[in-house]
Design a protein around this ligand. Structure first.
Ligand code: MG
Length: 386
């Protein structure tokens, strides 16, 4: 069994990854969380890792008190997170951190030559080719954890890259499928957090409601599978049973199906190429009866329109939309701006922020930070209010 370092261990992905680790007796060398000291302390108690990292340094003292006597060493802040991402004794790093804060530890893991199970799509979207070039240069394995990308990865097993014609990226459509932009003005936080098929963290659930998530996943697929935008087609599939598919040159289409439970793609990333027993329930197609598909209509969802435009622009544009979205979603979750202002913030950031070069990780981080500042300023000027 592999020895794992789990970044974002108290979030939705981290908790489910630890379910998988528990079931298969995987060793945990490090756990890292943003600020949930209580949950992290419980995990330390159970898994007895060598290191526990708390990103929010103000919480370190509290963690120290809670886990005194376990022998686990405490790490803090970005330095601690990057150390947890690059430990000699880890076979695989699971990055389940939320947001572009996950970019530095992603690069730290790659530079240390560590194989990476990546759930943190914002890192790949904002880091773009910089991340992929580092992966190639260091020769590490990058396993997708996102359900769609895991599906595509699974569908491509045993096939030749030159035979791939198209990727069919499925989308549930989120809770506001079929609604007009007008009707979404008064959407509440609770409504946006009620996803029809998946149980996920707050940021990604709001991103699923605005369809930003699918835009980020579109860019993620371009990076992971080295394809251009014209080779990816988004298909609305309400039941989230088909997690994505690939079409080959001969017209054959291979899809991956399963119940909507993240522990399947997480486990495949952790145990690849083995397929072990899973803690999830089996898929019963007959219980579903029918699966439905629709052509997407993105005219009412400005977030995905901006993300797809950013995919075309390339360079810093994906980092800008991802960074702008992150601050706008936070403002929405704090009930400071309406739901539809998320799209306004993202498209305004994309059109108005100009960056000169995009060569290094620092450039990517700068672009993200510029987008953060831009959206905070828009909010400060009252331009995102009701
Ligand atoms: Mg996904």
């Amino acid at each position: 069994m592999k020895t794992l370092s789990v970044l974002g261990s108290t979030g939705a992905i981290g908790v489910q990854a630890l379910d998988v680790a528990r079931l298969h007796g995987m060793k945990i060398i490090a756990l890292a969380a943003r600020s949930d000291v209580n949950k992290l302390a419980e995990q330390v108690e159970e898994f007895r890792p060598r290191y526990a990292c708390i990103f929010n340094e103000e919480k370190a003292e509290e963690l120290y008190k809670k886990i005194a006597g376990t022998g686990t060493e405490i790490l803090t802040g970005m330095d601690g997170l990057c150390k947890a991402a690059s430990l000699d004794s880890a076979d695989l790093i699971l990055n389940g951190v939320v947001g572009t804060v996950g970019l530095r530890p992603t690069l730290a893991a790659i530079e240390a030559g560590k194989d990476l199970a990546l759930a943190n799509k914002e890192a790949l979207v904002s880091g773009g080719e910089i991340v992929i070039e580092a992966v190639k240069r260091k020769g590490i394995s990058l396993y997708p954890v996102d359900s769609e990308h895991s599906a595509i990865f699974q569908c491509l097993q045993g096939s030749r890259k030159e035979d791939l014609k198209k990727i069919l990226l499925t989308a549930s459509g989120g809770p506001f499928f079929g609604k007009k932009l007008e009707e979404m003005k008064d959407v509440t936080v609770d409504q946006a957090l009620a996803h029809p098929t998946w149980k996920m963290g707050k940021k990604i659930t709001v991103d699923s409601a605005t369809l930003m998530n699918k835009g980020l996943e579109f860019i993620e697929a371009m990076r992971l599978f080295g394809v251009t935008a014209d080779k990816i087609e988004i298909v609305i599939h309400r039941e989230s049973v088909i997690h994505s598919a690939v079409e080959f040159n001969d017209g054959a289409v291979i899809a991956q199906l399963g119940v909507p439970d993240m522990r399947i793609p997480i486990q495949y990333a952790l145990t690849y190429p083995e397929r072990l027993e899973s803690p999830t329930k089996p898929l019963s197609l007959a219980d579903y009866g029918k699966l439905t598909f629709y052509k997407p209509d993105f005219t009412q969802f400005p977030c995905i329109t901006s993300a797809l435009r950013a995919a075309e622009y390339g360079g810093a544009a994906p980092a800008i939309v991802s960074g702008a979205d992150e601050v706008a979603v936070e403002l929405f979750l704090d009930k400071k701006i309406p739901f539809t202002a998320i799209g306004d913030a993202v498209s305004s950031a994309l059109e108005n922020i100009h960056t000169s070069s995009f060569q290094s990780a620092e450039d990517a981080i700068e672009a993200v930070e510029a987008a953060h500042e831009y959206v905070k300023e828009l909010y400060g000027k009252g331009k995102l209010s009701w």
